[in-house]
Design a protein around this ligand. Structure first.
Ligand code: G1P
Length: 291
């Protein structure tokens, strides 16, 4: 598949505090949904859109991510000799992609994490994918965003409507809609409900243009004392239009949150060919006395 977007940045340096103690010494990006870690869902979603090069921004205690995408000789040998070809093929199916790892030395926020990739992205447009925002693998959200980018040649960010009581957890936009596409007028990171311009939240899929790097270089810390991508995008708005793409009728799971993670696990297990029947029966039995 030919696309103008070849590279994706996957920030994975966050501390995962909402999932402690599980994330004390292992990366939250390695939390599995059924049998695949969050970051692999993000990589597979990008591959389906023609992205070939991945820049993963890591930090302390994140080495398991590199090991996950590396060859595991002894394990593979064992699978080969015991005839487990199917599992072996599953393990090797991502061997063709190009991966680079950059260590963000201090966790200074999402904007700073993206800036760390500047020398490797140079002057191309690129995608940013936050792997704790999990999207149904059958829903080609990123593909649709790339199409909008190709028409407008401007940054495109994914949006979802959230209850006002939750706006403090997101970047929130103000904009004018034409169907599902919004022309953005303003963006605010984690506003209080009474100061929120809308209930349209930014979710973790962005198509960005390289101008953002120059802005991020000068960006001061914002919400939570971190260098925020949302603040940099607000400054970019003064120079170029930014579009939002509203996902409608599809579910996005905040898998960095315990409830969202459980919802994703249940829904993905119910769609899994090997598990769905038994798991569904288990759930029915479990729920019967409660209703
Ligand atoms: C980040 C962004 C925020 C966005 C959110 C989506 O926040 O800063 O604008 O709405 O991802 O998941 P974080 O979840 O890292 O606090």
């Amino acid at each position: 598949m030919k696309t103008s977007i070849k590279k994706a940045i996957l920030p994975a340096a966050g501390l995962g505090t909402r999932f402690l103690p599980a994330t004390k010494a292992s990366p939250k990006e390695m939390l599995p949904i059924v049998d695949k870690p969050l970051i692999q869902y993000a990589v597979e979603e990008s591959i389906a859109c023609g992205i070939e090069d991945f820049i993963i921004i890591t930090g302390k205690y994140k080495r398991a991510i590199e090991d996950h995408f590396d060859t595991a000789y002894r394990l593979e040998e064992k699978l080969r000799t015991s005839g487990k070809e199917k599992i072996l093929a599953e393990l090797n199916k991502l061997n063709h992609i190009n991966l680079a790892y950059i260590r963000q030395r201090t966790p200074l926020g999402l904007g700073h994490a993206i800036l760390c990739a500047k020398p490797f992205v140079k002057d191309e447009p690129f995608a940013v994918i936050l792997s704790d925002d999990v999207i149904d693998p059958e829903y080609p959200l990123l593909k649709e965003m790339i199409k909008i980018y190709e028409k407008k040649k401007c940054p495109v960010i994914a949006l979802e409507e959230v209850p006002l009581s939750e706006v403090h957890r997101y970047g929130i936009i103000d904009g004018k809609s034409d169907g599902n596409v919004y022309k953005i007028n303003n963006l605010i990171e984690k506003p209080k409900p009474e100061k929120s311009p809308s209930n349209l939240a930014i979710i973790g899929r962005y198509i960005l243009t390289p101008e953002i790097f120059g802005i991020l270089e000068k960006q001061e810390a914002g919400a939570g004392g971190e260098i925020q991508l949302t603040d940099a995008l607000r400054r970019l708005l003064k120079k170029a239009p930014i579009y939002g793409y509203l996902i409608e009728g599809r579910k996005r799971y905040d898998a960095g949150d315990k409830l969202g993670y459980l919802e994703a696990t249940v829904d993905f297990a119910l769609k899994n060919k090997e598990l769905s029947e038994d798991f569904k029966n288990y759930l029915i039995e479990k729920i019967k006395p409660l209703i």
